[in-house]
Every structure is written in structure tokens, then in C-alpha cells.
Write a protein that binds this ligand. Structure first.
Ligand code: UD1
Length: 449
């Protein structure tokens, strides 16, 4: 759990880590690679380690390399295995990323269905529809997707779903199609930067993919993909979270090594809310497209109507953090999530800190309060945890956040980064040592609730 002593403005400079959501499908692409895949800027987060374990069961040897930040080498040394088991896939929904690569490289795959999750209904019908269009024979058997194909054949694949396209579905189909015979055209493809990054990596391996970043991706299949070197893009969700940390605490934070072009609508929104956002300066790296982004609080946050949507919209993965910010806005705001319409579980926990939120139709309505107050809360999913950390940083007094293992799935050393900016966050055991300050605080809270 985290114990946060809130109410201090965060100020200073911090670097963005590599993107978890880009790294995962890229790591899974090691299954279709005939040589070594050498990656840099892979974030040190639990989901990455869970995928390494899963890939190990599929014959992929991975090594952490110390020569550069986030260095990792992956190589498929055995083609024998094709089962991605429940125990590993249940820990990380993104385990489904191995389905397309396994099928394309080994002709068969047996992958556990990822199951439910706290942010709403998450089916994989579009993944299955896409692989079926490429000629796979698919069935669901005892909680597993079983897929078979001699060699996948290029085809037209439409990935439109009721809430837009699918990000990991596009990654699965694109990687599988890279080794299919002939041309695949994905329509209604996801345009997210993480999909583009995977496409660039596959092209470095010798793939032939065009249209990345547009809704129509064309893939001319090749017989073999070779080893390659690739640097993972910066994490736009982590960057956004750090910028919101500056805004919510009345601080001034500069995020280095970020991609401003991946966050245009988010930084526009922050400006609209009254945050002073300073975009690319000369200290960036033009070749890699990275830059620094500075967010400086500038008086009280303004209320707004926020809609989270597919890229280039405001990401659903920043919706909870933005809601935390709107809790202290001047006036009444609304939030709608077009990607996961029911992703509002964090609202109840934010209310424990004094936020005033209610549901009206598909919107969450947030009536801004002048200040939040510390409380005991429970993290329900990865991004909800981040929202609670932000709210705890802004709140007067102590906030205890339990189940922060959700946070560790996707943020690299978040508390170290925030403490470096002046936050006071302690990671501690859920059951504190008798007599410790945390134990005394828990007893005080228990006697008053
Ligand atoms: C990815 C991200 C996640 C982010 C989400 C949306 C990773 C590892 N995770 O998740 O952090 O919140 O994109 O940007 O990259 N859908 C279907 N059928 C399908 C697949 C999805 O109806 O077969 C629906 C989903 O329920 C959701 C929407 O489509 O409403 C988008 O989901 P999707 O893009 O697939 O999310 P993920 O790729 O799982």
C-alpha cells in the first residue's frame, strides 16, 4: 500500500519511461522473429515481467541487458510450444498478444481466454474475426482459444467494433499477417501510437507494412522475419499522469524524453482547464521525436466536458486521472468514456476523499470542491490507482491506498519519480508493524470510523 502525505505542490524535472502498451505486443513479436530482437526502453513493470514468463513457456529466451536503459533481448530458441496457460494469461490481459504471433509462426496456438476485468466488458471477438479472415480454424474449448492454420493467407479484415477499433486486436492481426502469404488490408485499424511502434518494429525485422497510423493498414506478407533492433516509444499515459500531477498539486513539472505529438488532445485539454503547458523546446531529440513538456498550475482548474475516445482523442487510460483533476475544478464538469463506457469505478473511491461525483446517463458529473481530504481508499485497476495517487497528492492530510499492485503492473517506479518532485509517498505493508507511525495512524482511523 501507499501512504501519501498530501497537499504539497510537485515541482521539478522527471523522465518518461518506455511505453508498456507498446512494449508488450513488440515483445510478443519475438515469436515471429527468426533472430534476436534487441529492444531498448522496455519499462521495468510487472506486466512486462509477466509477459517474459509467458514467452519463456513458449520457448522465447529473454535477457535484460544493462548496456542501455530498458535493454532487453528476446530470441525464440524453440518452436515446440504453443500453449499460453491460464495461470499467466489471467494475470495480464495483454497475454492475448501472443495469439496471432504463435499461430503465424507455429501453425497452432492454444491461448487461455483473458477473462473479465475491472474496467468493463472486454471481449476478443474482433481478434478472432480477424484471424478467421486470414484462414485460421478457431474454436473455444475449456476456456482456451484453439487456433490452427497451415499458413495464414492475406485477406481484407475489418476490425470495427461497437466502441471503435481494437488496439491489441490490430496488433495481433498485423503481426500474424506479416508472415501470411499475400496481402492483408486491415480496415478500421486502431491508429494508436503503440500500434505504429509495433509496425515500425516489424518493418525493421523485414516486414512490409504501410498505412501505419491510419485506419487502413496494408501488410504484404513475407516468408521470414529477421532479428532487429528497436527502441520503444515513451509512455504517453505515464507522461500525461505526471503532467496532471503538476496540475492537481498546483505545481510545476517538466517531463523529459516525452512525445508531445502523442498527447496533443490531452495537452490541449489541460490548457483549456487553465494549466499552463509549454511544448517542445530545443533540448529534445529531433531524430527520435522526443521532447520535454512542462505543465505549470495557473490558478484554480476550470470545469470542462471531457470525452475519452480512440486516438487521437483523449485516452481512456487518462480518463480516471483527469477525473481526479476535475474533482478540484471550479464548477461542474462531465466525463464520458467512449472506449469503456462503464469505466467509472474510481469515482466511488475519489468520493471517499471528498469528491462530489454522480452518474447521469453515460456521463460522470463532477461538482468541483475547493479541496480534497485524506482518507483510506482501495485501488481497483491500473489507471484508477494512478487517479487515487494524484488525488492523494492533492488532498490535505494522509491518504492510504491499498492494492497498489495494480499500479506496479504499468508504472515504472511511480513513487520514486513523484517523490523526486517533492511528493511524500511511502510504500509500506498493508499490515503495519505495531507501534510504527503508520500503525498508530491506522488505530486512530479505526477508532473514528
Ligand atoms: C488496449 C490497452 C488499454 C487501453 C485500450 C483502449 C494494451 C495492453 N492495453 O487494450 O490500456 O485502455 O487499448 O485504448 O495495449 N472490443 C470488442 N471486441 C474485441 C476487442 C475489443 O468489442 O475483440 C472493445 C472493447 O471492449 C473496448 C474497445 O473495443 O470497448 C477497445 O478495446 P481494445 O482497443 O481492444 O482494448 P485493448 O486492446 O484490450
Amino acid at each position: 500500500m501507499f501512504v501519501i502525505s498530501g497537499g504539497r505542490p510537485l515541482c521539478g524535472v522527471v523522465s518518461a519511461s518506455g511505453s508498456k502498451n507498446a512494449a508488450l505486443p513488440i515483445m510478443a513479436a519475438s515469436l515471429v522473429c527468426s533472430g534476436q530482437l534487441r529492444l531498448s526502453r522496455v519499462p521495468d513493470v510487472v506486466d512486462v515481467h509477466s509477459l517474459r514468463k509467458l514467452l519463456a513457456t513458449l520457448g522465447v529466451r529473454s535477457t535484460i541487458t544493462a548496456d542501455e536503459p530498458g535493454g532487453m533481448t528476446l530470441e525464440a530458441t524453440s518452436q515446440k510450444h504453443h500453449v499460453a496457460g491460464y495461470e499467466l494469461v489471467r494475470k495480464m490481459r495483454a497475454g492475448i498478444c501472443v495469439l496471432g504471433p504463435l499461430l503465424a509462426s507455429r501453425g497452432h496456438a492454444r491461448v487461455s481466454l483473458p477473462g473479465g476485468c475491472n474496467i468493463g466488458h472486454r471481449p476478443i471477438d474482433l481478434h478472432l474475426r480477424g484471424l478467421s479472415a486470414l484462414g485460421a480454424d478457431l474454436r473455444v474449448e475449456n476456456g482456451y482459444v484453439v487456433a490452427e492454420a497451415d499458413r495464414l493467407r492475406g485477406a481484407e479484415v475489418n476490425l470495427a467494433g461497437p466502441h471503435g477499433s481494437t488496439v491489441t486486436g490490430t496488433c495481433n492481426i498485423m503481426t500474424a499477417a506479416a508472415l501470411a502469404s499475400g496481402r492483408t488490408v486491415i480496415t478500421s485499424a486502431a491508429c494508436e501510437p503503440e500500434v505504429i511502434d509495433l509496425g515500425h518494429c516489424l518493418n525493421r525485422m523485414g516486414g512490409n507494412i504501410s498505412g501505419l497510423g491510419t485506419p487502413v493498414i496494408e501488410i504484404d506478407g513475407v516468408d521470414q522475419l529477421a532479428g532487429a533492433t528497436h527502441e520503444v516509444i515513451p509512455d504517453r499515459i505515464e507522461t500525461g499522469t505526471l503532467l496532471i500531477a503538476a496540475a492537481i498539486t498546483g505545481g510545476d513539472v517538466t517531463v523529459l524524453d516525452a512525445r508531445a505529438d502523442h498527447l496533443v488532445q490531452t495537452t490541449n485539454l489541460l490548457q483549456h482547464l487553465g494549466v499552463c503547458v509549454q511544448l517542445p523546446s530545443s533540448s529534445g531529440d529531433a531524430h527520435r521525436g522526443t521532447c520535454e513538456i512542462r505543465a505549470r498550475a495557473n490558478g484554480r482548474i476550470r470545469a470542462a466536458h471531457v470525452v475519452a475516445g480512440p486516438y487521437p482523442g483523449v485516452p481512456t487510460d487518462l480518463q480516471a486521472q483527469l477525473m481526479a483533476l476535475l474533482c478540484i475544478a471550479h464548477g461542474s464538469s462531465t466525463v464520458v468514456d467512449r472506449v469503456f463506457p462503464d469505466r467509472f469505478l474510481h469515482a466511488a473511491e475519489l468520493m471517499r476523499l471528498g469528491a462530489r461525483i454522480h452518474r447521469r446517463g453515460d456521463s460522470a458529473v463532477i461538482d468541483g470542491v475547493a479541496r480534497l481530504g485524506g482518507a483510506n481508499v482501495m485501488a481497483g485497476d491500473l489507471r484508477a490507482s494512478a487517479a487515487l495517487v494524484l488525488a492523494g497528492l492533492a488532498a490535505e492530510g494522509h491518504t492510504e491506498i491499498r492494492r497498489i499492485y495494480h499500479l506496479d503492473r504499468g508504472y515504472e517506479q511511480l513513487e520514486t519519480k513523484l517523490n523526486g518532485l517533492g511528493a511524500r509517498i511511502t510504500r509500506t505493508d498493508d499490515t503495519p508493524e505495531p507501534g510504527s507511525p503508520h500503525w498508530r495512524r491506522q488505530r486512530r482511523t479505526a477508532s473514528t470510523t
